[in-house]
Design a protein around this ligand. Structure first.
Ligand code: DC
Length: 216
């Protein structure tokens, strides 16, 4: 069983997919965390070295996909928190527009999906990585609602105002949707779920139904 979920920043993909994974006995894979990890590595290495490292890095997800460590040449580093910093977040849009990086990560994601029942979320999962997934979902919400949720999530952990968070989300939407390679877009065969007026439980229940229908 392959469930592919795409959607813009702050649409609630991670929270929803983690829960759906547990309820339906699926592995959860957050591909955004992989791009964020590469963004983190790009702050340490020049581009040639970076490509070499991205080829060989092993992504070790644990705790239902909530924690991530990188294994490079036998050295293991927990990057769970550092990849959420604003410096890495800003840089993630840059590395994710790099075709060579995308090709390497796409291949790694496809290998993981080939041997696991999985729910994978990102920006190009329904359109590129798992084009033939059993269930394809485009998760969205209004930009104001997404900013509101993100603000509630980071309040107290950052000094950013709601308006700054809203501006960040608008900027990331623009970059993710307008880049040349694998832009964020809803494929014709994806089920669009607008979560603006839905509770978390309602969204989880809706996706659960689609999975059960497909499993027969
Ligand atoms: O979902 P997120 O905010 O953690 O994603 C981090 C960055 O990676 C964001 O700039 C979008 C990009 N990304 C991507 O281009 N393709 C994916 N499959 C997942 C994320």
């Amino acid at each position: 069983m392959q469930v592919a979920v795409d959607g813009p920043a702050g649409s609630g993909k991670s929270t929803v997919c983690k829960k759906v994974a547990i309820n339906n006995n699926l592995m959860y894979l957050d591909t955004g965390a992989m791009y964020r990890s590469v963004a983190y590595l790009s702050l340490k290495f020049d581009r040639d070295k970076l490509l070499d490292i991205v080829e060989k890095v092993e992504f070790i997800f644990s705790d239902n996909g909530s924690k991530l460590s990188l294994s490079i040449d036998g050295m293991i580093e927990d990057v769970t928190d550092i990849i959420r910093s604003s410096e890495v977040t800003a840089n993630a849009s840059v590395v994710s527009a790099d075709e060579k990086i995308r090709n390497i990560l796409t291949a790694k994601q496809q290998i993981i999906a080939s041997s696991n029942d999985i729910i994978m979320e990102g920006r190009d999962i329904t359109t590129v990585v798992l084009k033939n997934a059993d269930v394809k979902i485009f998760l969205t919400a209004s930009v104001e609602e997404r900013a509101k949720r993100r603000y509630a999530e980071v309040k107290g952990k950052t000094d950013k105002s709601y308006d700054e968070i809203l501006a960040d989300i608008i900027r990331r939407d623009d970059i993710d949707s307008n880049r040349d390679i694998a832009p964020l877009t809803k494929s014709d065969d994806s089920y669009e779920l607008d979560t603006t007026a839905l509770t978390l439980d309602e969204v989880i229940c809706e996706i659960g139904k689609l999975i059960v229908e497909k499993r027969g």
